[in-house]
Design a protein around this ligand. Structure first.
Ligand SMILES: *Cc1c(COP(=O)(O)O)cnc(C)c1O
Length: 401
C-alpha cells in the first residue's frame, strides 16, 4: 500500500504505539542515554565496533528518538531510504558538500541559487582546494562544457530564488550519470508535495526545513534525504561537525509536517492566482512564476511538478523608491526574508540579499531595483489580492514624502 502523500505527512515514520500510549511523539529532551550495567555498555560498543545496526541510542549528537521520527517521515515523503536532520538548511548544504567533496575536486553549481550556498563554495571551500564552476540554469551546453575529469558532483536548486527557474531534473541526472557525477538537488522551494527529485534520479535531496516543511516561521532546520549509504556518510560527518537538530525543534517540525500537504495545496492555488493577478496589472512589468505559460520553464515545471508553490517574484514598472512605497503600503504580508510559513512575507530583493551590490552589479545578474519577492502565507487569497491592489494604487499615486 502506498497511501497519498497527505496521509503520509500525518502517519509515516511514527511508531504506532508510543511511550505511555501517547498519541503524539514525545520530545526526548535528553543529552545522553544510559546503560543498565557495564556489560550492556560493552555489548553496545562491540556492536558498534563490528558495524552492526543497533536501535539503542548513546549520546544526543549521534541520535535522538524525536529527531529519528522526523527523519523517517521525511525519508518516506521524499521516497528515500534514509534522511538526516540538521540544525539549519545551510548545515545540511555545507555538511553535504564537505562530505562528498575533497581537496582537488571540482563542483558545478547552477546560478540563481541561494546566495549563501554559492558563497560557501566560492569563498570558503576554495581555501580547501575545492574548485567550482557556476553555470546558467537550464544551459545544457554550458553544463557539459564545465565538466572536468576532477568534477565530483552537480548541485542545483529547483525552483530557484528569486526568479523561480525550474531545472529539468531528469535531463540534469542524465548528463551527470554520463560522467559519473552525483546529482544533489536543493528542493526547498518545491517540497516533496510538488517535486520528488529522487524518483527522477537525483542522488540526494536537501531542504531547508525552515521554510515549508516547518511551515510556521518558528524554527530553523535542514534535511538531506537519499540512500542509506549516502545518509550514513553524512551522519558520520555530522557526528564530528555537530550541526544536529535538537529534539524540541524536531518536535515542532513533526507538528508542522502534519499539515504540509494542506498548506502547500493552498499555497499552490494562491500563488497561481496572485501570479495571474499581477500579470494582468498595468503597473507590473514582469512576473516570475513557473505556473504562468509565459515563464521560460513552464513546460518543464508542468511535466515534473505537482504544483508551482507559494513564492511569486515580480518587477514593477517603477524605480527603487516607488517599489519601496509599494512594499510599505502592503498590510497583510510582513516585510522580511524567508517563505513557506503561515504568515506571508515580502521583500524588495535589491534591499535584502543583494544589498551590498551596486545597482549596476545587481542589474548584471538580473536583480532589478523593482524586483519584489512575495511569499504567500495561509491568508485568504482574495484578501491578499485586494491588499496588492490597494498597495499598487497607493505606491503610484502618493507623492514621496
Ligand atoms: C533558506 C534556504 C536555504 C538555507 O536554509 P536555512 O534553514 O536558512 O539555513 C538553503 N537553500 C534554499 C533554497 C533556501 O531557501
Amino acid at each position: 500500500m502506498c497511501p497519498d502523500l497527505s496521509t503520509r505527512t500525518v502517519y509515516a515514520g511514527e511508531e504506532r504505539l508510543k511511550p505511555h500510549h501517547a498519541l503524539t511523539m514525545p520530545i526526548f529532551q535528553t543529552s545522553t542515554f544510559t546503560f543498565t550495567d557495564t556489560a550492556d555498555m560493552a555489548a553496545f560498543m562491540e556492536a558498534q565496533a563490528q558495524g552492526r545496526e543497533t536501535t539503542r541510542l548513546e549520546y544526543g549528537r549521534y541520535g535522538n528518538p524525536t529527531v529519528a521520527a522526523v527523519e523517517r517521515k521525511l525519508a518516506d515523503l521524499d521516497g528515500g531510504e534514509a534522511a538526516l536532520l540538521f540544525s539549519s538548511g545551510m548545515a545540511a548544504v555545507t555538511v553535504t558538500l564537505l562530505t562528498f567533496l575533497a581537496a582537488g575536486s571540482h563542483v558545478i553549481l547552477t546560478d540563481d541559487s541561494y546566495r549563501r550556498t554559492r558563497q560557501f563554495v566560492t569563498e570558503f571551500l576554495v581555501r580547501y582546494q575545492v574548485e567550482a564552476t557556476i553555470v546558467p540554469i537550464g544551459d545544457d551546453e554550458a553544463l557539459e562544457a564545465a565538466i572536468r575529469p576532477d568534477t565530483r558532483l552537480i548541485f542545483s536548486e529547483t525552483p530557484t530564488n528569486p526568479r523561480l527557474r525550474v531545472v529539468d531534473v531528469p535531463r540534469l541526472v542524465e548528463i551527470a550519470r554520463q560522467h559519473g557525477l552525483l546529482t544533489i538537488i536543493d528542493s526547498t522551494f518545491a517540497t516533496p508535495i510538488n517535486l520528488r527529485p529522487l524518483a527522477l534520479g537525483a542522488d540526494l535531496v536537501i531542504h531547508s526545513a525552515t521554510k515549508y516543511l516547518g511551515g510556521h516561521n518558528d524554527l530553523l532546520a535542514g534535511v538531506a534525504v537519499g540512500s542509506r549509504e549516502m545518509i550514513g556518510r553524512l551522519r558520520q560527518a555530522q557526528a564530528l561537525i555537530g550541526a544536529i537538530c535538537d529534539p524540541h525543534t524536531a518536535y515542532l517540525l513533526l507538528r508542522g509536517l502534519k499539515t504540509l500537504a494542506l498548506r502547500v495545496a493552498h499555497q499552490n492555488r494562491a500563488g497561481l492566482e496572485v501570479a495571474r493577478f499581477l500579470e494582468g496589472h498595468p503597473r507590473v512589468r514582469r512576473v516570475y512564476y513557473p505556473g504562468l505559460p509565459g515563464h521560460p520553464d513552464h513546460a518543464v515545471a508542468s511535466r515534473q511538478m505537482r504544483g508551482f508553490g507559494g513564492v511569486v517574484s515580480f518587477e514593477l514598472d517603477a524605480d527603487l523608491e516607488t517599489t519601496g512605497r509599494f512594499v510599505d503600503a502592503l498590510r497583510i504580508p510582513y516585510i522580511g526574508p524567508s517563505f513557506g510559513g503561515a504568515e506571508g512575507l515580502v521583500e524588495q530583493v535589491a534591499l535584502s540579499a543583494y544589498y551590498e551590490l551596486s545597482s549596476e552589479e545587481r542589474a548584471a545578474i538580473g536583480i532589478s531595483d523593482s524586483l519584489v519577492r512575495l511569499a504567500v502565507g495561509l491568508e485568504d487569497v482574495a484578501d491578499l489580492i485586494a491588499d496588492l491592489e490597494q498597495a499598487l494604487e497607493r505606491a503610484f499615486t502618493t507623492a514621496p514624502a
